[in-house]
Design a protein around this ligand. Structure first.
Ligand code: AMP
Length: 194
């Protein structure tokens, strides 16, 4: 995806890197993330701004897990318009809550690379270990059931309104993401990206 679209900016990954590097921003974000709450908008915009300035992101970017509030969506428009850029497409991955809980609670991560697996739907070759390095996989604290439920509540309250924000723009693409990964990917590649 990076080859075609510039850089992949996942705000969750950026935050986890700040936490790992023990930066001030990471420290401020930790409790929000562990509870499954959204990190305040000003911290997210700060981290995003830093990433957008990097050379790899000059061609364009895919934002993943961002914007998660209407305020972030507005700030993103401001930031892009200052660079003479606009949003080409917004992809909404539609999955009902029950399936989402099952997917997130079964997710396992290889911490240093970010490679992600699912215990049933995308299992590693050897249960509990990364395919490439053979290192152990972990479950993120915020992927545990209670935290996932809080994250979903926050999604309905704070993130869903972002869809209305983009609805009128004509570039919102609603994608049925309840299908197997390869079908979803084909849909993205054929109908959305190219
Ligand atoms: P993710 O890896 O996308 O599931 O994000 C993990 C956690 O990071 C979320 O539950 C939030 O606490 C925080 N986070 C990630 N992206 C954002 C964002 N755009 N706005 C606010 N909080 C975020």
């Amino acid at each position: 995806m990076e080859e075609t679209c510039g850089c992949h900016i996942a705000t969750g990954d950026l935050l986890r890197k700040e936490i790992k590097d023990k930066t001030e921003l990471g420290l401020k974000a930790t409790d929000f993330m562990n509870r499954g709450d959204l990190v305040p908008d000003d911290l997210i915009i700060e981290i995003l701004n830093k990433k957008l300035e990097s050379n790899e992101c000059k061609k364009g970017s895919i934002f993943d897990g961002f914007p998660r509030t209407v305020e972030q969506a507005k700030k993103l428009d401001d930031l892009l318009s200052k660079k003479g850029q606009t949003i080409e497409k917004v992809i909404n991955f539609e999955v009902n809550d029950e399936i989402l809980i099952d997917r997130i609670a079964g997710r396992r991560i290889h911490e240093s690379s970010g490679r992600s697996y699912h215990i049933h739907y995308n299992p590693p070759k050897k249960a509990g270990f990364d395919d490439i390095t053979g290192e152990p996989l972990i479950q993120r604290k915020d992927d545990q059931l209670d935290t996932v439920k809080n994250r979903l509540e926050n999604y309905h309250k704070l993130t869903k309104p972002v869809l209305n924000y983009y609805q009128g723009s004509g570039n919102l693409y609603n994608l049925n993401a309840q299908r197997p990964i390869d079908e979803v990917w084909k849909d993205i590649a054929s109908q959305v990206l190219f």
